[in-house]
Design a protein around this ligand. Structure first.
Ligand SMILES: *C/C=C(C)/C=C/C=C(C)/C=C/C1=C(C)CCCC1(C)C
Length: 256
């Protein structure tokens, strides 16, 4: 599996780069800073994908799954960024549906990372996995239903917030938080701690975007997209980089 991933890393990166190259013909205006941020970040996602896949080769066995999952998070985001960029550059509209599809795939994968890194070093129950997954799905489905007008916008927001609160409870005070504090070596504790602060502070940007951009109409499309784009760099690439750092540290820095 890992050998396969390794041999696939470069071709995959090349493949995901193709639609990017193809849509270069659309014509990016020099003053379209949101469009430029879509471009820069799509390339960062491609680079991060290749990097994390290749690094699976530099860490010990139990960390390979976390890094491979992290690479997938960036790969899925990269492809969505190509599409979102195209929507933005050609129409100037906010690519809401693509954002949610991206979140629906990448956010559960990131939540699963909490479980995988705990399971790599300690015995933990599968309940952690399911609770994090369910909390994530409630948060995103409610948010989408609210934003797409299937349900009342405020109801979607409040149920979404409840899903997020449930996740935060699990990783700070629930079984996952306790397992991290009691059963894990220092490198994992540090990673877990940084990751949960990303989920607290970094993630807060999205409900704020929903509130100001959608519920109250206080933020325009330019502001909203630029903020979401920057948030994604922290919440995806930096999030996985934290896992990578812990993996390298607890693998002794080389293949073990
Ligand atoms: C890479 C993308 C990430 C980490 C996206 C995260 C998205 C959220 C944390 C969204 C949260 C929302 C709520 C907490 C309330 C309802 C509205 C949402 C879906 C925007």
């Amino acid at each position: 599996m890992i050998k396969f991933l390794k041999s696939m890393a470069i071709p995959t990166a090349a493949l995901v780069a193709l639609p990017g190259i193809a849509s270069a013909s659309v014509g990016l205006e020099p003053n379209d800073f949101v469009g430029i941020s879509f471009w820069v970040i799509s390339m960062c996602m491609v680079a991060a994908t290749a990097f994390f896949f290749l690094e699976t080769n530099n860490v010990s066995g139990k960390w390979k799954t976390s890094l491979a999952l992290g690479g997938l998070v960036c790969l899925v985001a990269a492809v969505h960024y190509f599409y979102m960029r195209e929507v933005w550059v050609t129409t100037g509209a906010t690519p809401t549906v693509y954002r949610y599809v991206d979140w629906l795939i990448t956010v559960p994968l990131q939540m699963i990372e909490f479980y995988i890194i705990l399971a790599a070093v300690a015995t933990v129950s599968a309940g952690i996995f399911w609770r994090l997954l369910i909390g994530t799905l409630v948060m995103l489905v409610a948010g989408y239903a609210g934003e797409a007008g299937f349900i009342n916008a405020w109801a979607g927001f409040i149920v979404g917030l409840a899903g997020w609160a449930y996740i935060l409870y699990e990783i700070f005070a629930g079984e996952a938080g306790k397992a991290a504090a009691d059963k894990c070596p220092a490198a994992v504790q540090t990673a877990f701690n940084t990751m949960r602060w990303i989920v607290t502070v970094g993630w807060a940007i999205y409900p704020l975007g929903y509130f100001f951009g959608y519920l109250t109409g206080g933020a325009d499309a330019v502001t909203l997209n630029v903020i979401y784009n920057i948030a994604d760099v922290v919440n995806k690439i930096a999030f996985v980089a934290v896992i990578w750092a812990a993996a390298v540290a607890s693998s002794g820095g080389k293949k073990a």
